[in-house]
Design a binder for this molecule. Structure first.
Ligand SMILES: *[C@@H]1O[C@H](CO)[C@@H](O)[C@H](O)[C@H]1NC(C)=O
Ligand SMILES: *[C@@H]1O[C@H](CO)[C@@H](O)[C@H](O)[C@H]1NC(C)=O
Ligand SMILES: *[C@@H]1O[C@H](CO)[C@@H](O)[C@H](O)[C@H]1NC(C)=O
Ligand SMILES: *[C@@H]1O[C@H](CO)[C@@H](O)[C@H](O)[C@H]1NC(C)=O
Ligand SMILES: *[C@@H]1O[C@H](CO)[C@@H](O)[C@H](O)[C@H]1NC(C)=O
Ligand SMILES: *[C@@H]1O[C@H](CO)[C@@H](O)[C@H](O)[C@H]1NC(C)=O
Ligand SMILES: CC(=O)N[C@H]1CO[C@H](CO)[C@@H](O)[C@@H]1O
Length: 856
C-alpha cells in the first residue's frame, strides 16, 4: 500500500534474502512485507529487492536501559514473532565505552548462553574518560545511533531496518556515511566495494579466487572514509556463516546464522589509527624472522629433491637473491603428512643441510587431512591421533572420515589443546629427519562433497541456503556442519579452522627451533596475524591477476596480516616471459615475496627465461634486499603499533579523495610509492602522485638496465600532519640472502618534505630470536632532519648494531648546492647531483653511535 510506495528504492531492505527463491507477492506478504516488482537486474548482478520491510515492521523494543560503570546495559524484547523459527524474545544489550576511540556493543540471549568466538579480546575495567563519540538509543523500534562528537556525523544507525535475533538468523542493518568502504574479506573484488545491491558471503572455502564468491578467509571488518578525510571502522566478532548486503542508500546489512551480535566501532579519526585500534582488539601481528622477508621460491611438481636442489644451486650461480626454497605436496610419501618420499626425495635431508650451510631456509607444505587407511602401526600420526581422541567426530559421535590427497582421511580438531601437542609431536618426528624452518598450511581442502557420512537432515542445514553462501551449501568442499569438535559444532567453528591450525603450527615451530616461527596459511580469521602470514591462493598466470593482487595485499594489511603476497607469476596456467618479469617487479614489493607455480606448467622461476628476464628479476630482487632494513622496521612497527606494511595511498593522503580508489599503486610504510606496470606491451606507467613532493628513487641508484621496471618514488612531501613522517629510509648493501646482507654497510635515504624536514627510524636485531623487543635485545634509532641537520639518535642498542657501519647518506630535496658539509662537526667531502640531491659517501659511522650531518 501507500507506506510501501513511500520507501525510496535505495532504502528498501530485503525481507526475502533467500537466494534460491523467486519471491512472489503471496510469499512476501505472508511475511508482512511490501511487494513491489522491479525490472530484473542483468545476470549476476543484484537489484532493488521486490520484497522489503515496511517502516512499521515489528522489531525489538528497548525495555530497560541502565547506566553502568562502563557504559550502558539494557534489555530488548520482541512481542511479535518473525517469520523464522525460534525467535529469542529477550535480549541483553551491553554497551561499553572501552577507550576514547573504541566502542563495544554486545547483544545476546539474556536467558541462555550462546556460542561466542573463542579469541582473546581486551577486557576493560574502566570507562573511557573522554570518548570522541556518543551513543543514543531508539526505544521502539530498538536502534543504536553512534555519532562522532567533533562534527555530529552519524556513523551507525540501526533503526533503518528491523533487528532479527532467532536461533539461526541474526540480522542488523545500518546506514553508512559514505560508499568509500573497504575490507570485508576474503573476496576477490576491486579495492572499493560496489553498492549496487551487492552481497558478500563469509564462510571459509577452498576455492580458487573468483569474483562473487566467499574465499579462503573470513574478515568481517570494514573501514569507511567519511566526508572530510576522516574514517571509522567496524568489526563484527562472529564466526558463523554470514553475509553482508550493500545497497546504495548507502546502507549495510549483516546476516549471520549463529552466534551473537558482538561488535566494535573504531573512531580513528585517520585510517591508520582505525587499523591500529582494530588490531588492539584482535592482536598485533607477529614479528616475522628476517629471512621470511627475503625471496622465496616454490613450485608443485619439482618431482624430486635433486631437481629442487638443482634450482637452488643455479640461483646461487647466477647470484640471484633467495632466502628460502619450498616444496609442495610432491615431497610427501603418498601425500601423507609428516612423511617424505624416500625415493624421489631421498636427498631432502642433505638439501636442507646445504640450504642451512648457505644461510638459506626450507619450507614445506602440510595438509590437515590425516590418512586413515594405513596398516595399524605403520603410520603413527593416525594411530596416535586415534589413541588421543584428537580427531573430529560425526554428529553421532563416530570418527569422521573425509577424503583429501592421500585418500580417506580423518581431520585433527585444532580447537582441542591436546591436538596441538599431537601436532607438535608428529612434526617432531619429521623434523628429526628434515629440519625444516617454516611451514605452509592449507585448510579445508576436502575433496568431494562433505564427509563420507551423509549429513543428517536437521535444522543446521536449512539456514545454509538462507545465508546464500555461494557455490552451493555450507557443505561444499568441507566436512558437514553438524560434525563435532571439542569447542563446538563445526557449524560454529568452521571458519576458525585455519586460525587454530596456524596457532598450533606456530607454537610447534617455536618449540622445535627455539626461534621465531614462520607460517603461511591460506585460510585466515581475525587475530591470525599473531601466528601466520597469508598467500592469496591459487591465482592464475594472467595480467588481471597481477592487478588483483594489489587490492588483495592492501586488504590483508588492513586485516592485521601484513605478511602477505600473491603467487608471483601466477599459480595455474603458464606465464609468458613479459608477464612474469612484470610480476617479479611487483612481487619484489609484496611484503611476502614468493614465486610459486603449479605442476605441469612451464617453469617460471627467475632462471626459466632468457638472460634479459633473468637480469631484470635479479635487479629488482636486489632492490628489495637493499631495502630490507626499512621493510624489517615496518614489520616491527606493525608488531608494536599496528601500522600497515603495504599501505593504501589514501592512508597517507586522506584529504585527497582521488586516492580513495587507487589500487594499482601502494606504499611501503608511508613513504615509498610503488607504481608497477600492470599491462602487456608497454614500457612505462602512469601513476597518480598526490599533492606534495615526490622524488624518483632511481635518481641515485643505477636505473635497472632494461626499461622493465616498476616506478619507485619517495613521497615525503605529503601535506599536513603526515609531512615528513617516516621519510628517512635505511637501506643496506644487498647480498643474496638476508643473513649475508645483515652485516653489510647501511645507507640513509632522506626525502625532505616541503618544509625541509624528515624523520624515520630503524629497528634492528639478530633477525630470528624470539621476542627481542619484549626482552629488550634490539637496537632502535630515530633519525631527524631539521634546519639542514640530520641527527641519528640511538634510543636502544644491542650487540647487533655495533658491527654495522653507515657508509652513505643521500638527501633528496636540498634546494641549493651546500658550500660545506660537516659530519659530527668535521668537514666532509660531498657531491651535489642535479635534481637537488646531496650525497655524502665514504662515511664510516658506527650505527650504534649517534651522529649528525649538517649542510650549509
Ligand atoms: C536513523 O534512521 C532512521 C530511519 O531511517 C531515521 O528516521 C532517523 O532520523 C535516523 N537517525 C539519525 C540520528 O540519523
Ligand atoms: C640425487 O643426487 C644424488 C647425489 O648427487 C645421487 O646419488 C642420486 O642418485 C640422485 N637421486 C636421484 C633420484 O636422481
Ligand atoms: C569423538 O568420539 C570419541 C569416541 O566416542 C570421544 O572419545 C571423543 O571425545 C569425541 N571427540 C569429539 C571432538 O567429540
Ligand atoms: C610547512 O610549512 C607550511 C608553510 O610554511 C606550513 O603551513 C605547514 O604547517 C608546515 N608543515 C609542517 C608539517 O610543519
Ligand atoms: C641477545 O641477542 C644476541 C644476538 O643478537 C644473542 O647473542 C644474545 O645471547 C642475546 N641476549 C640475551 C640476553 O638474550
Ligand atoms: C625530531 O625533530 C622534532 C621536530 O624538530 C622534535 O620534536 C623531536 O624531538 C626530534 N626527535 C629527536 C629524537 O631528536
Ligand atoms: C582468477 C584468480 O584466481 N585470481 C586470483 C589470483 O590471486 C589474486 C590475489 O593475488 C586474487 O585476488 C585473485 O582473485
Amino acid at each position: 500500500p501507500e507506506v510501501c510506495g513511500a520507501v525510496p528504492e535505495t532504502h528498501r531492505f530485503n525481507c526475502y534474502p533467500e537466494i534460491y527463491v523467486i519471491v512472489t507477492r503471496s510469499l512476501c506478504e505472508s511475511r508482512g512485507c511490501c511487494f513491489i516488482k522491479m525490472p530484473l537486474p542483468p545476470p549476476g548482478k543484484g537489484g532493488v529487492p521486490w520484497c522489503f520491510y515496511p517502516p512499521n515492521f515489528p522489531s525489538y523494543s528497548l525495555d530497560r536501559l541502565n547506566k553502568t560503570g562502563l557504559g550502558f546495559s539494557g534489555e530488548l524484547t520482541r512481542k511479535t514473532k518473525t517469520y523464522y523459527p525460534k525467535d529469542i524474545e529477550r535480549l541483553e544489550l551491553n554497551v561499553t565505552f572501552e577507550t576514547n576511540s573504541r566502542l563495544h556493543i554486545k547483544i545476546t540471549d539474556s536467558t541462555s548462553p550462546r556460542y561466542e568466538v573463542p579469541i582473546k579480546v581486551p577486557q576493560v575495567t574502566e570507562r573511557a574518560t573522554d570518548p570522541i563519540y556518543s551513543v543514543e538509543f531508539s526505544k521502539d523500534p530498538f536502534g543504536v545511533i553512534v555519532r562522532r562528537n567533533s562534527n555530529g556525523l552519524v556513523l551507525l544507525n540501526t533503526t533503518v531496518a528491523p533487528l532479527f535475533f532467532t536461533d539461526q538468523f541474526l540480522q542488523i542493518s545500518t546506514m553508512l556515511p559514505s560508499q568509500y568502504l573497504y575490507g570485508l574479506g576474503e573476496h576477490q573484488s576491486g579495492f572499493l566495494h560496489n553498492f549496487e545491491w551487492n552481497t558478500l558471503n563469509f564462510w571459509a572455502r577452498d576455492i580458487p579466487p573468483m569474483e562473487n564468491s566467499n574465499l579462503y578467509g573470513v574478515h568481517p571488518f570494514y573501514l569507511v572514509m567519511e566526508p572530510g578525510g576522516i574514517s571509522h571502522g567496524f568489526f563484527l566478532l562472529n564466526s558463523n556463516a554470514m553475509e553482508v548486503a550493500l545497497q546504495p542508500a548507502p546502507a549495510l546489512t549483516w546476516r549471520t546464522i549463529g552466534g551473537i551480535l558482538d561488535f566494535y566501532i573504531f573512531m580513528g579519526p585517520d585510517p591508520s589509527s582505525v587499523i591500529s585500534q582494530y588490531l588492539e582488539v584482535i592482536g598485533f601481528p607477529m614479528m616475522p624472522p628476517a629471512w621470511g622477508l627475503g625471496f622465496h621460491l616454490c613450485r608443485w611438481g619439482y618431482g624430486s629433491s635433486n631437481a629442487t636442489w638443482h634450482i637452488v644451486k643455479t640461483m646461487r650461480n647466477y647470484g640471484i637473491p633467495q632466502d628460502a626454497q619450498w616444496n609442495d605436496i610432491d615431497y610427501m610419501d603418498g601425500f601423507r603428512d609428516f612423511t617424505f618420499d624416500s625415493k624421489k626425495f631421498a636427498t631432502l635431508p642433505q638439501l636442507v643441510k646445504d640450504l642451512h650451510n648457505y644461510g638459506q631456509h626450507y619450507v614445506m607444505i602440510l595438509d590437515p587431512g590425516i590418512s586413515s587407511t594405513q596398516q595399524p602401526g605403520s603410520y603413527p600420526p593416525y594411530d596416535e591421533g586415534l589413541k588421543r581422541d584428537i580427531f573430529i567426530n560425526t554428529t553421532d559421535g563416530k570418527l569422521l572420515i573425509g577424503e583429501v590427497w592421500p585418500g580417506k582421511t580423518a581431520f585433527p580438531d585444532f580447537t582441542n589443546p591436546e591436538t596441538h601437542q599431537w601436532w607438535y609431536e608428529s612434526l617432531t618426528r619429521l623434523y628429526q629427519q628434515v629440519p625444516f624452518d617454516g611451514l605452509w598450511i592449507v585448510s579445508h581442502f576436502f575433496g568431494g562433497e562433505g564427509s563420507m557420512h551423509s549429513e543428517p537432515q536437521n535444522s543446521l542445514k536449512h539456514n545454509a541456503v538462507l545465508s546464500g553462501v555461494k557455490g552451493g551449501s555450507l557443505r561444499v568442499k568441507t566436512i558437514c556442519a553438524s560434525a563435532k569438535q571439542k569447542e563446538s559444532v563445526h557449524y560454529n567453528v568452521h571458519s576458525l579452522y585455519g586460525l587454530m591450525e596456524a596457532k598450533a603450527t606456530a607454537s610447534a615451530l617455536k618449540k622445535l627451533r627455539g626461534k621465531r616461527p614462520f607460517v603461511i596459511s591460506r585460510s585466515t580469521f581475525p587475530s591470525q596475524g599473531r601466528y601466520s602470514g597469508h598467500w592469496l591462493g591459487d591465482n592464475r598466470s594472467q595480467w588481471k591477476d597481477l592487478y588483483w593482487s594489489i587490492p588483495g595485499i592492501l586488504n590483508f594489511n588492513m586485516f592485521g596480516i601484513p605478511l602477505v603476497g600473491a603467487d608471483i607469476c601466477g599459480f595455474s596456467g603458464s606465464a609468458t616471459e613479459e608477464l612474469c618479469v612484470r610480476w617479479m617487479q611487483l612481487g619484489a614489493f609484496y611484503p611476502f615475496s614468493r614465486n610459486h607455480n603449479t605442476q605441469g606448467e612451464q617453469a617460471q622461476d627467475p632462471l626459466a627465461f632468457g638472460p634479459l628476464a633473468r637480469s631484470a628479476m635479479k635487479e629488482v630482487l636486489l632492490i628489495r634486499y637493499s631495502l630490507l632494513p626499512y621493510l624489517y622496521t615496518l614489520f616491527h612497527r606493525a608488531h608494536i603499533y599496528g601500522d600497515t606494511v603495504a599501505t593504501p595511498l589514501f592512508f597517507q593522503f586522506p584529504e585527497d579523495i582521488t586516492t580513495y580508489s587507487i589500487d594499482r599503486q601502494f606504499l611501503w610504510g608511508r613513504s615509498l610509492l610503488v607504481t608497477p606496470v600492470l599491462e602487456a606491451g608497454v614500457d612505462s606507467v602512469i601513476g597518480y602522485f598526490p599533492k606534495g613532493v615526490w622524488y624518483d628513487f632511481y635518481m641515485t641508484v643505477p636505473l635497472p638496465s632494461s626499461h622493465w621496471s616498476s616506478k619507485l618514488t619517495l613521497g615525503c612531501g605529503a601535506v599536513g600532519t603526515n609531512a615528513g613522517k617516516n621519510c628517512i629510509l635505511v637501506s643496506e648493501t644487498p647480498s643474496t640472502t638476508t643473513w649475508m646482507s645483515s652485516g653489510n654497510p647501511m645507507q640513509l635515504i632522506v626525502a625532505l618534505s616541503e618544509n625541509a624536514t624528515a624523520n624515520g627510524d630503524l629497528f634492528w636485531d639478530d633477525g630470528e630470536s624470539l621476542d627481542t623487543y619484549e626482552t629488550s635485545n634490539y637496537s632502535y634509532m630515530v633519525f631527524n632532519v631539521t634546519q639542514n641537520t640530520l641527527t641519528s639518535t640511538v634510543l636502544h642498542v644491542n650487540v647487533e648494531a655495533t658491527f654495522i657501519i653507515v657508509d652513505k647518506v643521500t638527501v633528496f630535496g636540498v634546494k641549493r648546492q651546500p658550500s660545506k658539509v660537516t659530519v659530527n662537526g668535521k668537514e666532509a667531502s660531498f657531491s651535489y647531483l642535479p635534481n637537488q640531491v646531496l650525497a655524502v659517501s665514504n662515511l664510516y659511522l658506527k650505527l650504534s653511535d649517534g651522529f649528525s650531518i649538517s649542510w650549509i
